[in-house]
Design a protein around this ligand. Structure first.
Ligand SMILES: Cc1ncc(C[n+]2csc(CCOP(=O)(O)OP(=O)(O)O)c2C)c(N)n1
Ligand code: SF4
Length: 542
């Protein structure tokens, strides 16, 4: 079989395709987006009609993946860590329904919050749901885990979580492919009430899940992804998980690691292996990316003082690990000079030159000068960057959809002239239900849906809102005369200010839809058009 040079995300996508995938479901989110994009552009996926369109949000994505599993086929659902909060209801209950076709839930965590609101660790969700986790330490393992993960899910009758982090998702390595597996054929679940979570059935299913825990643990004890390596120096043992194993190896290069090492990449925790290393060594150092999950579980299992890690300040409690931090914890010589040279200037992120959001914010800022500051409830998208100079236009950013509902709460509290600012993709992700709340109560609120025809922040994916915003808002019940639109350009500034002022004076729900395509998407489409033209021209010549 061929070898490919793949990002961690791409290794997951390729393994899913090779492993008999029938449907991928996802909402974009860094660092997980490239998994779905790889499947979307893949020739085999196109030829075999594998589902690969974006979903409206992570909850609808997980539910569709459960539906595909119900129908007997293999599904994968991909998201960033905070997406799992949105999908949590479906995700938690999927552990109780169990699966029919194999189902993998890939969650990409973002320790150090490179492009996220928090650095929550998705392993806690899988632990909460009591399902197995596979956490690759490198790209090959990411491939192997996904390839064999469908079968594991089918054998254990639960979804399996694949947990990765930013560095693995976005770095490349050589990956050895395995033979193509056929897709499952449609097959109903043997028990047609397996997925009916009425209390009587849910109780039975939950008991089965509880009973199966020992088998899940057994699989972890036997897993090829969990490896114990003995060492000569028993003054310390090292337990490491996921990419932290790579950081440990990087510190020793070709040299043997002198300490016993237990690599844990499949959960639930293999406690027999853990007990072995604990009994053998005088102290244990736990290296794990994210929150101290293993460390806190061990602290409950054994005598605490022997265990070192993030909770004992041997490693930082927050942020990403790296080979240097591991070297410091092991009291080795630091491998890299991490000091940033003075010549490197810090460059805060900013909206692109010519971005339509900027023109909208200029109008918002002018209007806010009249009504007083502190009233702009914003959302998550490129426009969040307007919090920074020079615009400094927004006052909140909490989670997707929260602009409308937070503004509503503030209006309920008696604040006047509140503005919610949301993007088109975020609106269809989770803003529509908040708008319905406002309509039902006729909340005095002005909602700006800044429509750039794309999901800009994550690289310009298709937006479910495309050409639908007016109809959606009208359908939800916003009076037609209070759905206003303008083109956000410098020359239309006065018009924008006037529309905003008029709607802020209206004591009910109004929606303003500034509409101009994202500059980056426009450029990309233009390039594609030019490329196509060139190809066609060369075809006619030959
Ligand atoms: C629950 C959740 N899912 C995904 C993301 C990643 N994400 C951040 S903003 C965004 C969409 C932005 O699109 P839009 O609202 O249209 O604004 P634009 O970036 O185009 O201006 C996405 C997918 C996230 N932060 N949270
Ligand atoms: S990517 Fe598009 S939406 Fe985002 S800042 Fe640039 S032009 Fe604006």
């Amino acid at each position: 079989m061929e070898k490919l040079l793949l990002l961690g995300d791409e290794a997951i996508a390729q393994a899913a395709l090779d492993g008999g995938l029938s449907g991928a479901y996802a909402y974009p989110g860094t660092p997980s987006t490239e998994i779905t994009e790889y499947i979307q552009h893949n020739k085999y996926a196109k030829e075999h009609n594998i589902h690969r369109d974006w979903s409206a949000n992570e909850k609808t994505a997980v539910e569709s993946a459960i539906g595909m599993s119900y129908a007997g086929k293999r599904s994968i659902v991909c998201m960033k860590h905070v997406g799992l909060n949105v999908a949590a209801d479906a995700f938690m209950n999927s552990a109780i329904t169990g699966v029919n076709g194999g189902m993998l839930v890939v969650v990409a965590d973002d320790p150090s919050m490179h492009s996220s609101q928090n650095e929550q660790d998705s392993r806690y969700y899988a632990d909460f749901a009591m399902i197995p986790i596979l956490e690759p330490s490198d790209q090959q393992e990411a491939y192997d885990m996904v390839y064999s993960g469908f079968e594991l899910s089918e054998q254990l009758n639960v979804p399996v979580m694949i947990r990765i982090t930013t560095r693995l998702a976005h770095s490349r390595a050589s990956v050895q492919r395995k033979p193509q597996q056929a897709q499952n054929t449609n097959k109903l679940p043997e028990d047609l009430r397996q997925f009916v979570l009425l209390p009587s059935i849910a109780k039975r299913n939950y008991n089965t899940l509880l009973k199966n825990q020992s088998e899940f643990k057994n699989r972890s004890e036997q897993s090829p992804f969990n490896q114990y390596t003995s060492g000569t120096d028993k003054s310390r043992g090292i337990i490491c998980s996921g990419i932290a194993y790579n950081y440990l190896k990087e510190n020793y290069g070709e040299q043997e690691i002198p300490y016993p090492v237990l690599k844990i990449c499949q959960y639930p925790l293999p406690t027999t292996l853990i007990k072995k290393i604990y009994d053998e060594c005088q102290e244990l150092l736990i290296l794990e990316e994210g929150y101290p999950l293993i460390e806190s579980k061990l602290a409950g299992l054994f005598e605490n003082p022997k265990i070192k890690g993030r909770l004992t300040s041997d490693l930082p409690r927050d942020g990403e690990l790296n080979p240097n931090l591991v070297a410091i914890a092991l009291k080795l010589e630091e491998k890299r000079n991490t000091k940033i040279p003075d010549i490197v200037a810090s460059r805060p992120p900013a909206l692109c030159m010519g971005c339509g959001h900027t023109d909208v914010f200029k109008a918002v800022n002018q209007v806010v000068e009249t009504y007083g500051e502190g009233r702009v409830f914003a959302d998550i998208g490129c426009y969040t960057l307007s919090a920074l100079p020079p615009l400094q236009a927004i006052n909140t950013c909490v989670d997707m959809g929260a602009s409308i509902t937070m503004a509503k709460g503030a209006a309920d509290a008696g604040m006047k002239h509140v503005i919610a600012f949301i993007g088109d993709s975020t609106f269809t992700h989770s803003g529509m239900t908040g708008l319905l709340d406002c309509v039902i109560e006729n909340t005095p609120i002005t909602i700006i849906i800044s429509d750039n025809d794309t999901t800009g922040m994550t690289g310009g994916q298709h937006s479910h809102a495309e050409n639908r915003l007016f109809q959606i808002c009208k359908g939800i019940g916003v009076p037609e005369e209070h759905i206003r639109t303008f083109v956000p350009l410098k020359k239309n500034h006065a018009e924008a200010v006037q529309i905003l002022t008029e709607e802020l004076e209206y004591e009910g729900v109004s929606v303003i839809i500034p509409h101009r395509e994202c500059v980056r998407t426009f450029e990309r489409k233009n390039k594609q058009r030019a490329k196509k033209k060139k190809q066609e021209a060369s075809k006619t010549k030959s």
